[in-house]
Design a protein around this ligand. Structure first.
Ligand code: FMN
Length: 221
C-alpha cells in the first residue's frame, strides 16, 4: 500500500518518489535503505517498518470487479516475487506461478470452477501450480504452503493498490489444457488481479470476521 507523507518529513531517501505536495513510498522497494535511514535518525524508518504491512492486512479483501486498467509488468513481478519468497515446509517450494493476461485465455480459465467468474474480468490472473501429491500428508503440507504463497501475493498486491480475488479450481482437465500443463502438475488455486472498480483498498473498520475474543485464547482454551 502506498502512503502519502508530507514532503518535509523526508530527507533524500533513494526510493522515495516526489510529487508536488507529497511523497509516495513503495514498501516493497524500501528494505535496503531502512537501516541506513534509522541510523540517520530519519523518522520514516520507524514508519516504514511498523505500519505498512498492518495497513495492507487491514485493507485486503476479495476484489471481484476490476477497472480496465492493465497492471504494469513491474508490478506483476513485485507480486510474484512476494510469492517466490514465501516460506514452505523444509523449503520445498511446492509451487510454480503461471501468469495470464490474455483476455481470451482469462475467459477460458473462468470456466474451470463455478466460482471463478471474476477471473474473466481480471487484468491478470496468477495460477498456482503444484505437483500431483503422492499421499495425503504431502497434499496437506502443499495446501498449507500454497496458502502462505497466496497470502504473500495478495498482501503485496494490496500494498500496491491492486485488488485480488481467490478462486478454486474444479476442472483440472480443462485447466491443464488451457495452460498446457503436464499430467503430473495440477492447478491448485488462482488469484485474480486488477485495480478495484468498486472502491480503493483502504483499512476496513468492521471486517466480516468472528469477534477477537471468540477467536483468541490466551494461554489455555
Ligand atoms: C481457499 C480459498 C478458496 C476460495 N475460493 C474462492 C472461489 O472459488 N471464488 C470466490 O469468489 N472466492 C473464493 N474465496 C474467497 C473467500 O470467499 C473470501 O476470502 C472470504 O469470503 C472472506 O472474504 P474477504 O476475503 O473479502 O475478507 C476463497 C478463499 C479461500 C481462502
Amino acid at each position: 500500500m502506498k502512503k502519502a507523507v508530507p514532503a518535509d518529513r523526508v530527507g533524500g531517501c533513494a526510493p522515495v518518489i516526489r510529487s508536488p505536495d507529497c511523497v509516495v513510498i513503495s514498501f516493497l522497494t524500501s528494505n535496503d535503505w531502512v537501516p541506513a535511514a534509522r541510523r540517520a535518525g530519519n523518522p520514516l524508518a520507524e514508519y516504514l517498518e511498523s505500519m505498512e504491512t498492518l495497513d495492507a492486512i487491514r485493507s485486503r479483501r476479495d476484489v471481484r470487479t476490476y477497472t480496465a486498467e492493465p497492471i504494469a509488468r513491474e508490478r506483476l513481478e513485485q507480486i510474484l516475487e512476494a510469492g517466490r519468497r514465501s516460506p514452505s515446509s523444509r523449503n520445498w517450494q511446492p509451487w510454480d506461478f503461471v501468469i495470464v493476461t490474455d483476455r481470451d485465455e482469462l475467459r477460458e480459465l473462468a470456466k474451470v470452477w463455478q466460482g471463478a467468474g471474476h477471473i474473466a474480468r481480471s487484468a491478470a490472473t496468477i495460477v498456482l501450480v503444484t505437483s500431483v501429491p503422492p499421499d495425503e500428508d504431502t497434499r496437506a503440507t502443499a495446501q498449507y504452503d500454497l496458502g502462505q504463497a497466496t497470502m504473500n501475493m495478495m498482501l503485496a498486491a494490496t500494498d500496491l493498490g491492486i485488488g485480488s480475488g481467490h478462486s478454486a479450481v474444479a476442472d483440472q482437465k480443462l485447466a491443464r489444457r488451457i495452460l498446457g500443463l503436464p499430467d503430473d502438475k495440477l492447478c491448485a488455486y488462482m488469484i485474480a488481479l486488477g485495480y478495484p472498480a468498486d472502491r480503493p483498498l483502504t483499512p476496513l473498520r468492521h471486517p466480516n470476521r468472528r469477534d477477537f475474543d471468540a477467536v483468541v485464547h490466551w494461554g489455555k482454551w
